[in-house]
Design a protein around this ligand. Structure first.
Ligand code: ZN
Ligand code: MN
Ligand code: MN
Length: 287
């Protein structure tokens, strides 16, 4: 991939070894990529061997796909009011951070979690406490934890910029935090970006509460359901309720030129939908 091309890519599978994701990324035309550093729906995975970590770095070098970012396991809930599950979540997140360090990944993207009945304020404080514990344990780690904007289904936290700010304010080493803006989640949570005016308003709201410079990654997903629906169902770019416009705004926004933009849209067996979407996005960047 040429260095001057837009920083876009997709979530890719690590089946067969972490380094295998690069071949897939390369085939789709990724310049950046997201992976799970272990099976995303399990608590633990086998450790990454030094040989695999070496192959991973060699593949990054060969393909030029960088940065590679990680997404944490869906089981982790750093907001859990249940002591047992919270302990398990903290241990699993620390393991995820260690995997990122081993591979040299700059960002670990995570969902803030669910309060499961304890209430939003208690949940947000619990997440912050978990980060305080984790950052103490992982002293000297370079990987940043990026809190993802969420759709707000059930008792999930993180569907408002205020939620993210509350967590930030309660974390001591909050220079180790950043944010991942998921275009589907944020839209169904109620933030419109479908017109230029709405886009500017949403982004300036983000800037005043969280600082636009802390928006370190985008998840590029169109949405199946509408503004404020809180339903987290991803659609192909331009084929959902967001349409093409918001992706054009972001692709052409100078502030986000160096921010990785990652597709999490459905895969299909016989066609490379990621390649098609990336081609479309390159067109949006060109104007
Ligand atoms: Zn996510
Ligand atoms: Mn996402
Ligand atoms: Mn989602």
């Amino acid at each position: 991939m040429k260095k001057n091309e837009p920083l876009i890519g997709a979530h890719k599978s690590i089946a067969g070894g972490v380094y295998k994701a690069f071949k897939e990324g390369e085939a789709s035309g990724c310049r950046t990529m997201q992976i799970f550093t272990k099976n995303g729906s399990r608590w633990s995975g086998k450790p990454i061997s030094d040989a695999d970590a070496k192959k991973f770095k060699d593949e990054a070098e060969r393909t030029g796909i960088w940065p590679v970012v990680s997404h944490d396991s869906y089981l982790i809930n750093l907001a859990s009011p249940k002591e047992e599950l919270l302990k398990k979540s903290i241990a699993a997140f620390l393991d995820e951070m260690e995997r990122c360090e081993l591979l040299g990944l700059p960002y670990l993207i995570m969902h803030p979690g669910s309060h499961v009945g304890s209430g939003e304020e208690a949940g947000l404080q619990k997440v912050a406490e978990s980060f305080n514990t984790l950052f103490d344990m992982a002293s000297g780690f370079k990987v940043k934890a990026l809190i993802e904007t969420t759709a707000g289904q059930g008792t999930n936290l993180g569907y408002s910029f205020e939620h993210l700010r509350t967590i930030y304010d309660a974390v001591k080493q909050n220079d180790r935090l950043g944010y991942c803006y998921d275009t589907c989640h944020t839209f169904v949570a109620g933030y419109d970006i479908t017109t230029k005016a709405a886009y500017e308003k949403t982004m300036s709201g983000f800037d005043s509460l969280l600082g636009i410079e802390n928006l370190l990654c985008f998840h590029f997903n169109d949405a199946k359901k509408g503004l404020g629906s809180k339903v987290d169902r991803h659609e192909h770019i331009g084929e959902g309720t967001l349409g093409d416009a918001p992706f054009k705004f972001i692709m052409q926004d100078e502030r986000f030129a160096a921010v990785p933009k990652i597709l999490e849209t459905p895969k299909e067996k016989d066609v490379d939908r990621d390649a098609m979407a990336l081609e479309k996005l390159r067109g949006f960047a060109a104007g």
